[in-house]
Design a protein around this ligand. Structure first.
Ligand code: SF4
Length: 251
């Protein structure tokens, strides 16, 4: 599809998308109009899996990408393959630039993220943000699984918003922005949607609520916030609500 045929990403187009009630209908209309220039970007967690399932049910082709930091859990890599088999799709792995990774490691060491918040953000930038930004230069619509109840920092997540990247407008859509954790779990159960086994396991009363890179993600105890398991060594300095890796730079 040539870019000239596509709807322009403007405030009025964003407004129209916000008026569409059903997430399934938003997915259908965007993939029908934008084809491969619309992308579900997911790490395969609960909400992302629901979005993949809904897109699949629509019966038209859809594109899915994941940012592979090269540091994900083995269970996550296996799970992504299972999702591909279940839905008959190929999930594109967007990877960091290895030269940049090598330079970062030779300058700051492999475990730089333990040193400071700045170095953690630098590592997240090289392994997550830069690959995502590369992808964003070539798409118009980004489907994300952000929800308002995931953290205080995400409490104002809109259904749709325009983000500007390198002079281009991209429509970021969070189709399940107002779903509760219960709605998510009920929908997954009702539709038998696959779940990363790490999100189901419980060890000594602890469970994973939010998954990222293997070293930087730990399970949480009942009562802890869902992002307290991320970069746990920062817990005394950084509020859990502020724990973001930079992917969702304009929440
Ligand atoms: Fe680096 Fe940890 Fe961020 Fe992964 S989560 S990119 S290992 S700092």
């Amino acid at each position: 599809m040539t870019e000239n045929c596509l709807p322009k990403i403007t405030n009025s187009f964003c407004y129209k998308v916000r008026q569409i009630d059903r997430p399934q209908e938003i997915l259908f209309q965007m993939f029908k109009r934008f084809e491969e220039r619309a992308v579900i970007i997911t790490s395969g967690q609960l909400t992302g899996m629901i979005i993949i399932h809904m897109a699949h049910e629509n019966g038209i082709p859809f594109r899915v990408c994941t940012v592979d930091t090269l540091r994900l859990f083995p269970e996550t890599y296996t799970f992504l393959q299972q999702v591909e088999a279940r839905y008959g799709i190929q999930i594109e792995r967007i990877k960091p630039d290895l030269k940049q990774v090598d330079r970062m490691i030779s300058q700051h060491g492999e475990f730089l993220f333990f040193d400071s918040k700045d170095k953690q953000e630098y590592c997240c930038h090289i392994r997550k943000v830069e690959p995502l930004e590369r992808l964003l230069t070539d798409i118009d619509v980004w489907f994300s699984g952000l929800r308002r109840d995931q953290s205080g920092n995400r409490s104002r997540t809109p259904k749709a918003q325009i983000i500007e990247k390198k002079g281009r407008s991209i429509l970021k859509i969070n189709p399940l922005f107002d779903w509760t954790e219960k709605q998510v779990r009920d929908f997954i159960k009702e539709h038998d949607i696959p779940i990363n086994p790490l999100l189901l396991s419980k060890v000594n009363g602890q469970s994973y609520e939010s998954l990222g890179c293997i070293i930087c993600t730990t399970p949480t105890l009942p009562g802890e916030s869902r992002r307290s398991g991320r970069w746990r060594w920062q817990n005394t300095q950084v509020e859990d609500n502020k724990k973001e890796c930079g992917l969702h730079f304009s929440i």
